[in-house]
Design a protein around this ligand. Structure first.
Ligand code: NAP
Length: 436
């Protein structure tokens, strides 16, 4: 037998489990641990609610979870309830698939003012993650500033821009839908420190901003280099820039009340406000010969009531596990952190790529793991003994299915589910308490 513990039940964790079943065959025994009783990580709490088709991938993860060699163990917080060393004493291998749940900080004055939120928090809020249900982002000002030119910035802008009716048939959390119904937002400004050629948007995600019921994109034509400069871009990026040029050519149509405005070549410098954010100061930039943004003019002030920074994520460190502070992920060499300790997905390489990237990544790491000898550890028998000794009540996949059924039953008409957003309630349902 080869006993493997995977910490984290998002895409990277499930792909690592799938890879272990494939590489080790009948000998594999895989425990997938999660802090929550709900599996699927970012597919549940990160993928935008209006992108339901992307969530179909959980069918594949479900098949893995139902394999008799696999066990889902919810409500275990590794680093708090049990240490990684304890896991290593029970299991032959430990694979950290904990993702990158923390927001990178802007590192500018004023970023701790109320009304400045990271995209992990904002996305977690509208997706009903229990950690962020009480975020209450202020939506009472006509302008929201979103910092960053990646797909997460687009997700945040699009959710703010959609009509509540467009969102009602999604699995957006009810508290977010109600808040968005009352929102006063009219302008969403996407602040990018570099220009149209440097964006990290993908084609589909950017294109969607041009197809919204009540919002139109607005790009300044002056922000583009001459059209022939686009020829130097690789084809995928060239198509993205073509969409931006189209947005610049059409401009706001005046019929739709919300404008999503791209503020290229603007570096966030300072967030201003007394009790809460009242404005953001941005400094115009230009690119130097290495492609970096350098200051190019006097600061401008953009009055706003909410700043969402969507500038990337960091992995949460776990005591005793080597961490690369600069990169914000576990220190590893091609997925190996140390003897019998591995990492996959965003916890390994940082927050980049699509869900599918994590499959390639996890398969490569597990292939390596499979070439190492088994340490002859006892596996889940020893782990269960540890949990019992510590009084830790865990949940399993059948418990998740009970939560799932409850969420589906509670859904608004036309919506796939209404997520349980309270951790206490999640625990109660998972651990079998009767539900009102
Ligand atoms: P990202 O693609 O890396 O974009 C981060 C953005 O933040 C970049 O525009 C970056 O600008 C900017 N930035 C970084 N530090 C900054 C600072 N100090 N000040 C101002 N701007 C700063 O990251 P992401 O949007 O968080 O997305 C993470 C991954 O998830 C990506 O691979 C993304 O494609 C994926 N994702 C995919 C989907 C989808 O497929 N539907 C949805 C969401 C996310 P520079 O380029 O100048 O550094």
């Amino acid at each position: 037998m080869r006993h493997i513990a995977i910490v984290g039940s998002g895409p990277a964790g499930f792909y690592a489990a799938e890879a272990a079943l494939k590489a080790l065959g009948p000998d594999a025994r895989v425990d997938i641990l999660d802090r929550l009783p709900t599996p699927y990580g970012l597919v549940r709490a990160g993928v935008a609610p209006d992108h339901q088709s992307i969530k179909e991938v959980v069918r594949r993860y479900e098949a893995v979870a139902l394999d008799p060699r696999v066990r889902f163990v919810g409500l275990v917080d590794v680093g708090v309830d049990v240490t990684v060393d304890e896991l290593l004493s029970c299991f032959d291998d430990v694979i950290l698939a904990t993702g990158a749940p923390r927001d990178r900080r802007l590192g500018i004055p004023g970023e701790d003012l109320p009304g400045v939120v990271g995209s992990a928090a904002f996305v977690g809020w509208y997706n009903g993650h229990p950690d962020f249900r009480d975020l209450a982002p202020p939506l009472d000002h006509p302008t929201v500033v979103v910092i960053g030119n990646g797909n997460v910035a687009i997700d945040c802008a699009r959710i703010l821009a959609r009509t509540p009716d467009e969102l009602a048939s999604s699995d957006i959390a009810q508290h977010a839908l109600e808040a968005l119904r009352k929102a006063q937002v009219r302008t969403i400004r996407l602040v990018g420190r570099r220009g149209p050629h440097q964006v990290s948007f993908t084609l589909k995600e950017l294109g969607e901003l041009g197809e919204l019921d009540r919002a139109t994109p607005w790009v300044e034509a002056a922000d583009f280099p001459p059209p022939e400069a686009d020829l130097a871009l690789e084809p995928g990026q060239r198509r993205v820039v073509e969409v931006l040029r189209r947005f610049a050519a059409t401009g706001p149509d005046g019929r739709r009340p919300i404008v999503v405005r791209f503020d290229f070549f603007r570096r966030p410098a300072r967030i201003l406000g007394r009790e809460r954010v009242e404005a953001i100061e941005v400094v115009p930039t230009r690119l130097d010969e290495t492609g970096r943004a350098v200051d190019a003019g006097p600061a401008e002030v953009i009055p706003c009531g909410l700043v969402i920074s969507a500038i990337g994520y960091r992995t949460a460190p776990i005591p005793g596990v080597a961490f690369d502070e600069r990169e914000g992920r576990f220190a590893n060499e091609d997925g190996r952190i140390g003897p019998r300790l591995w990492c996959v997905g965003w916890a390994r390489r940082g927050p980049s790529g699509t869900i599918g990237t994590n499959r390639t990544d996890a398969f490569a790491v597990v292939e390596r793991l499979a070439t190492t000898p088994s340490a002859g550890r006892p596996g889940r028998v020893a782990f269960d003994r540890l949990l019992v000794a510590r009084g830790i009540a865990t949940s399993d996949f059948a418990d998740w299915r009970r939560i799932d059924a409850l969420e589906v039953a509670r859904a608004r008409p036309g919506a796939p589910r209404e997520k349980v957003v309270d951790l206490g309630e999640l625990r109660r349902v998972a651990l079998g308490a009767p539900v009102a």
